[in-house]
Design a protein around this ligand. Structure first.
Ligand SMILES: NC(=O)NCCC(=O)O
Length: 410
C-alpha cells in the first residue's frame, strides 16, 4: 500500500478508521516506506534483538489463516528464543492475545451486545486453538463496551460472578483446546453484597477455575471514571501456577505503577498479562515503553493487550476540563504486543482491526536474564522497604538536604 502521510506541523496522520496514514501500525508503515536495509536498522533500534537476532515469524496452520481472512482479523505470530542450556530443557509455551472492538452499538439490548461479542470472538479463539496456543488472554472488561466514561449505572448489568456466563463460555474452549484462558471481566461478588470489581478470572486448561485477581489501581484520569463503578482490588499480587508456567495479571492502569509490576515479579511470575482499555490521546506514547520496561526490570515476559475502535454512547458526558461534551472515549488504539526480559519485543497488532497475536517463548529466558544482569541480586530491597515503611506513616518527612547557602540573605 502507498503511504499517504499527511502529518504536518503537529497535525496527526491518524485516519478516521484509526489507521496510521493508511497503515495498520507504525511498524507496517516503516516496512512499506523504507528500503529493506534501513527498515532492518529501524526495527533493531525500535524493537530490539532477541539473543542477537530479529524475531522469527512463525508459520501458522491453514485453518487459523482461513479464520483470519474469513472473519477479517489481524493474525501475527513470532518466536522468542532463549540460549540452549546444558542442565535444563527448553520451557516453550505458546501465548495468544486477542484485541477486538465491540460487536453491536451500545444502544442495542445489553444481552445482545454481550452475546454479539461472544459470537465475534468465537472464530478468533478457534484460530488460537487451531494454532496450539497454550495460554490465551482477552482484553480488559471484554464482555462489554468500556462504559466507565459515562458514570451511568445501567452498565453495571454487565457484571457477572466469577463462574458466570462468560466463564462458562470460555471453559468450553479451555477444555477443547487444552488451553489456559485469562478472562478479564466486570465481576459481581454475590457473596459480598453484590459488590463490583474489575477482575481477571484464570481458567485452567481442564476448564477449571484456578483463581482470580482484582485490579489494584483504578484510574482517575480523563474520562476514565472507573472508580464510580468498582473498588481497588483486595487480592494482592497472586501468581497462578498453570500447566504452562507461572502467570500473573496486571490490569490496565496498574501498568503505570512500577511497584505493582515488581510485586508480581517477587511472587515469581514468568509471564504477566496486561489487559487494557486505553485511548490514543491519553496514553499512546507511553504504551510501547511501560510494559517493555517492566519486562526488563523484572526479568519476565509481558503481554500487553488493548481494545480497538471508538465506542459511542447514547448520552453525552463532560470531562471536567471545560471542553465540549462528547459521547465517546476516543479511539482505543489496539497495538497489542509482547515484551521479553532481554528488551526485545514483537511488532504490534493493528491500531484499528481486531487481532490475534501469537508468541512462542522459552521461559528459560527469564532466569538467563536474571543471571546476566543480576537485577534481583542488586535490587537493595531492604533500603526501599525501610523508606516505604517510613513513607506510609503520617509523620514522614522527605529526606532533603538543602544547600545552606540557598536561604542566606545576599
Ligand atoms: N482501563 C484503564 O485503567 N484505563 C486507564 C487509562 C490508561 O491507563 O491508559
Amino acid at each position: 500500500m502507498e503511504a499517504k502521510i499527511t502529518a504536518e506541523n503537529g497535525k496527526t496522520a491518524i485516519g478516521k478508521d484509526g489507521s496510521v496514514a493508511g497503515f495498520d501500525s507504525l511498524h507496517r508503515l516503516l516496512q512499506s516506506s523504507l528500503p529493506p536495509h534501513l527498515f532492518q536498522e529501524a526495527s533493531r533500534l525500535l524493537i530490539g534483538l532477541n539473543c542477537g537476532k530479529t524475531l522469527d515469524s512463525v508459520a501458522l496452520p491453514d485453518p487459523a489463516k482461513s479464520l483470519s481472512v474469513n472473519h477479517d482479523f489481524d493474525l501475527q505470530a513470532f518466536s522468542f528464543r532463549a540460549d540452549k542450556e546444558s542442565l535444563r530443557e527448553p520451557r516453550s509455551v505458546r501465548v495468544g492475545l486477542i484485541q477486538n472492538s465491540i460487536a453491536l452499538p451500545t444502544t442495542e439490548p445489553l444481552l445482545d451486545q454481550k452475546r454479539g461479542i461472544f459470537e465475534k470472538l468465537t472464530p478468533i479463539i478457534e484460530a488460537a486453538g487451531a494454532s496450539g496456543v497454550n495460554i490465551l488472554c482477552l482484553q480488559e472488561a471484554w464482555t462489554m463496551p468500556f462504559a466507565f466514561c459515562t458514570r451511568e449505572k445501567k452498565w453495571c448489568e454487565f457484571a457477572e460472578p466469577v463462574d458466570g456466563e462468560s466463564t462458562k463460555f470460555l471453559q468450553e474452549f479451555a477444555r477443547r483446546y487444552n488451553m489456559v484462558i485469562v478472562s478479564p471481566i466486570l465481576e459481581r461478588d454475590v457473596n459480598h453484597g453484590e459488590t463490583l470489581w474489575n477482575t481477571a478470572v484464570i481458567i485452567g486448561n481442564h476448564g477449571n477455575i484456578i483463581g482470580k485477581h482484582r485490579k489494584n489501581h483504578i484510574p482517575r484520569v480523563g474520562d476514565f471514571n472507573e472508580s464510580t463503578y468498582y473498588m481497588e482490588g483486595n487480592t494482592g499480587h497472586p501468581v497462578f501456577e498453570t500447566a504452562y508456567g507461572k502467570i500473573a495479571v496486571n490490569i490496565c492502569y496498574g501498568r503505570h505503577h512500577p511497584l505493582n509490576w515488581l510485586a508480581f515479579g517477587l511472587n515469581g511470575a514468568e509471564i504477566v498479562f496486561n489487559p487494557s482499555a486505553t485511548v490514543g490521546e491519553l496514553s499512546e506514547p507511553m504504551w510501547p515503553i511501560e510494559a517493555r520496561n517492566a519486562a526488563i526490570a523484572n526479568s519476565y515476559f509481558v503481554c500487553s493487550i488493548n481494545r480497538v475502535g471508538t465506542e459511542h454512547f447514547p448520552n453525552p458526558f463532560t470531562s471536567g476540563d471545560g471542553k465540549p461534551q462528547h459521547a465517546d472515549f476516543g479511539h482505543f488504539y489496539g497495538s497489542s504486543y509482547v515484551s521479553a526480559p532481554d528488551s526485545s519485543c514483537t511488532a504490534s497488532l493493528s491500531r484499528y482491526r481486531d487481532g490475534l497475536l501469537i508468541s512462542d517463548m522459552d521461559l528459560n529466558l527469564c532466569r538467563q536474564l536474571k543471571d546476566k544482569w543480576g537485577f534481583r541480586m542488586t535490587a537493595r530491597y531492604e533500603i526501599y522497604a525501610d523508606l516505604l515503611a517510613h513513607y506510609v506513616k503520617p509523620d514522614f518527612e522527605p529526606q532533603v538536604i538543602a544547600d545552606p547557602l540557598l536561604h542566606k540573605k545576599a
